[in-house]
Design a protein around this ligand. Structure first.
Ligand code: ICS
Length: 476
């Protein structure tokens, strides 16, 4: 029965926690829960400091600011300011795709670093930064701006990148934006999102030449075009007659950031990373915003109807027509894959949005989420998550490598969806796995273009004959 299952899963949590010392046990217990009908008891603690010594999957503020929010702005040059490693190891692995001529109006494939040496740490790096910005605009005169993304040492040695940025904004006649995203700030990449949002607020939005707002102009907020996601989302919205004039930030331009408020409606996909600016645009410019979910046909349909309700009859009629058109196509996809995937159990562990946003897409395929959790979500994210989950679902916040491994061993899902750090652990156990950050080099997964790819990829993982022919070498 369900109550027995809930009990068993609660016991599993207790059992796994046994390895920790008392203090760590007490801390971690608050981050682990089992979904019950009335969720007053299943709320987990979130957005807290990771227990020292635990293997966490979290990233840092620099990751959230450079990798997530600023990196996909293609016509700005982003300088990873500090030692070479942060820039190098975050180079090109998030798969935020961008169109354009590389080196002319698209700098996304590049990696710019100030490559701090000992002398920069001792004497400060401001002069070097100034010289680099001069070099950047000389080499790439079309760059519309420059962002300076601080790595840890910049904050530690007390460099004044703000004054460099002010001087260089004047001198180069384009925005040079200081982003104080030293990795040590905060407890995860989540603060990096916030810092990056604040930099857009303070240095970019409302500061360019304004454009007219058309009656159907909208912006997409929090779609980073991973594997082409934003293009797939844009396509549907344009099919129902809306005009996507901004994407924040995937395949984005400086102009899109400057004029992000000049739309009829902002649609926000990743609430976690950009709720700050969505709120700011509403408070400051009166631009309304609406959350949506473009993973899987059920959620797409729900979202499209909500979006259309903000517009006139012509948009509403288009929406009905578009939904009907794609429903037939999506049904074909479901007819192929659902029989192969129905009843399969899935455990997820991703960043700040997908652990709830992809639930519907799995359910469209008849798959069941038995465990899910976030690396860095806040209370509001978990509150949006509980209603999506079935009773008995295990919920884990900032789950440690050990905890996740033990939960998977016990619950025996048919598929684990998480990141590169988890992938080989579970594949070596003989478990089907999909990377749910990078889409495992596939995608898009958003929109009607994405769902058939998502379905095929999950089938490929779960039903690969490989799993039957391998055995982990340590299993006798
Ligand atoms: Fe948002 Mo990886 Fe997004 Fe989310 Fe965010 Fe990150 Fe990625 Fe993951 C992200 S912005 S990089 S949807 S594109 S920081 S997959 S919260 S952890 S679930």
């Amino acid at each position: 029965s369900i109550s027995e299952m809930i009990q068993a899963r609660k016991e599993l949590v207790n059992q796994v926690l046994e390895v920790y010392p008392e203090k760590a046990k007490k801390n971690r217990r608050q981050h682990l829960a089992v979904k019950e009908e009335d969720c007053s008891s299943c709320a987990v603690k979130s957005n807290g400091k990771t227990v020292p010594g635990i293997m966490t999957a979290r990233g840092c503020a620099y990751a959230g600011a450079k990798g997530v929010v600023w990196g996909p702005v293609k016509d700005i040059v982003h300088i990873s300011h500090g030692p070479v490693g942060c820039g190098f190891y975050s180079w090109a692995n998030r798969r935020n795709l961008a169109e354009g001529e590389v080196g002319i109006d698209n700098f996304v494939p590049f990696q710019f670093t100030s490559d701090f040496q000992e002398s920069d740490i001792i004497y400060g790096g401001d002069k070097k930064l100034e010289k680099i910005i001069e070099e950047v605009v000389e080499l790439f005169p079309n760059a519309k701006g420059v962002s300076v993304l601080s790595e840890c040492p910049v904050g530690l040695i007390g460099d004044d990148i703000e004054s460099v940025a002010r001087r260089m904004t004047e001198k180069t006649q384009r925005p040079v934006v200081p982003v104080r995203c030293e990795g040590f700030r905060g407890i995860s990449q989540s603060l990096g999102h916030h810092i990056a949002n604040d930099a857009i607020r303070d240095h970019i939005i409302g500061k360019g030449p304004e454009r007219e707002i058309g009656p159907y102009d909208i912006g997409i907020i929090g779609d980073y075009n991973i594997g082409g996601d934003a293009w797939a989302s844009k396509k549907i919205l344009e099919e129902i007659g809306l005009n996507v004039v901004n994407i924040w930030t995937g395949d984005s331009t400086l102009e899109m950031l400057q004029n992000g408020h000049l739309v009829k409606l902002n649609l926000i996909h990743c609430y976690r990373s950009m709720n700050y600016m969505a709120n700011y645009m509403e408070e400051t410019y009166g631009t309304p915003w609406l959350e949506f979910n473009f993973f899987g046909p059920t959620k797409i349909k729900e979202s499209l109807l909500n979006i259309a309700a903000h517009f006139d009859d012509s948009i509403r009629e288009n929406t009905q027509r578009v939904i009907a058109k794609y429903e037939a196509q999506m049904q074909k996809v479901i007819d192929i894959y659902r029989p192969r995937l129905a009843g399969k159990k899935v455990m997820l562990y991703v960043g700040g949005l997908r652990p709830r946003h992809v639930v519907g897409a799995y359910e469209d395929l008849g798959m069941e989420i038995i465990g899910t959790g976030y690396e860095f979500a806040h209370k509001e994210d978990y509150e949006r998550t509980y209603p999506q989950l079935k009773e008995g679902t295990l919920i884990y916040d900032d789950v440690s490598a050990l905890e996740l491994e033990e939960f998977v061993k016990d619950l025996k899902p048919d598929l684990v969806g998480s990141g590169i750090k988890e992938k080989y652990v579970f594949e070596k156990m003989g478990l089907p796995f999909r990377q749910m950050h990078s889409w495992d080099y596939s995608g898009p997964y958003h929109g009607y273009d994405g769902f058939p790819i998502f379905a095929r990829d999950m089938d490929m993982a779960v039903n690969s004959p490989t799993w039957k022919s391998i055995k982990a070498p340590w299993v006798k």
